[in-house]
Ligand binder design. Sequence first.
Ligand SMILES: [Zn+2]
Length: 55
Amino acid sequence: MTTPTADETPQQAAVRLGCGTSQIGRCVTCHSFCRRYGPSGNPLCPACRTGSTGA
Ligand SMILES: [Zn+2]
C-alpha cells in the first residue's frame, strides 16, 4: 500500500515534471516538489506562483 502524492519521491517528481532530480526542490510555500533549480527553476510551484495556494 503506497500513499499517492503525499509521499512522492524526488525521482517521481522529476518524472512528473520532465526534468532531472538535480532540479527538484521543495516549494517554499506548500513544500511540495517542484522544479526549483536550473534554467527554468522557481522556488515556488506553479500553483503557488499563480497565487492559488489553497491554504
Ligand atoms: Zn507550492
